[in-house]
Design a protein around this ligand. Sequence first.
Ligand code: G1P
Length: 304
Amino acid sequence: MLTLADWHCIQPAMNNHKPIRKAVFPVAGLGTRFLPATKAIPKELLPIVDRPLIQYAVDEAREAGIEQMIFVTGRGKTAIVEHFDKAFELETTMEERGKDLSVLDPTRATPGDIITVRQQVPLGLGHAIWCARAIVGDEPFAILLPDEMMVGEPGCMAQMVNAYNEVGGNLISVLEVPHDEVSSYGVIDPGESRGALTEVKGLVEKPAVKDAPSNKIVSGRYILQPEVMRTLETQGKGAGGEIQLTDAMARMIGNQPFNAVTFEGRRFDCGSKLGFVEATLGLAMEREDMGEEVRAMARRLLGD
Ligand code: G1P
């Protein structure tokens, strides 16, 4: 069994694939499904227990050895950057009062590790990723959609980086959903499988249930080669009238290796209210500091 420390060591040393140093987080969405909560607060800052959603995604990327976080933001999203900034007044006051500052550790970033670009018009996920092209440059990079909360040991991105170290190329994380739910997602046409890896023969964004090539959906984690930026440059509108990342990836298949990694762990769809509540309950129940009480509370609420 590999420890987390091993994962970090393995990444740069194991082979000739360029290491994954940068991750893009599309966080420009309006969060309309969570109104009115998200009128003045970015959806990505809504907390699951005591950490905002974006923190879980950044922690997952850091655990995978990724150093530079690129947020694709929009208007009204500056609080996300504040979250990862030094809060001088807060820290000084806490220090004076003898409070434990380590609760702020996950929010600390080295200057240059958190970078933002603006997506000025909401043209879709593919367009959001393309907005980061100058910062990504000519190297493979990761994408994490913070709405999708992936809980695993190691985390989803660490599992993907591990697979990437073996096979390189382009990787997307997938998981299976009931067939009648596929039209909310990107869906893969699977080829041969080897362990957690499955060849991707095709990709389609939000297909009708009857047209879906499988029930293996794209679950919001990607490792892509920089060529995707050039493909996005010429990508027309797709499902929902938006420039879709899935469509650009589909055009790369055949020219570049493309594999799916079946994620081992649990996924919470925090883009929906139900998924958000499920994540809150699920994580609270597992916490060492409160799990027992939360489970007892849930039993009381159920009248058991
Ligand atoms: C996006 C992607 C889709 C993916 C999904 C995962 O869709 O376009 O391929 O399956 O995230 O949550 P969205 O949820 O933005 O409509």
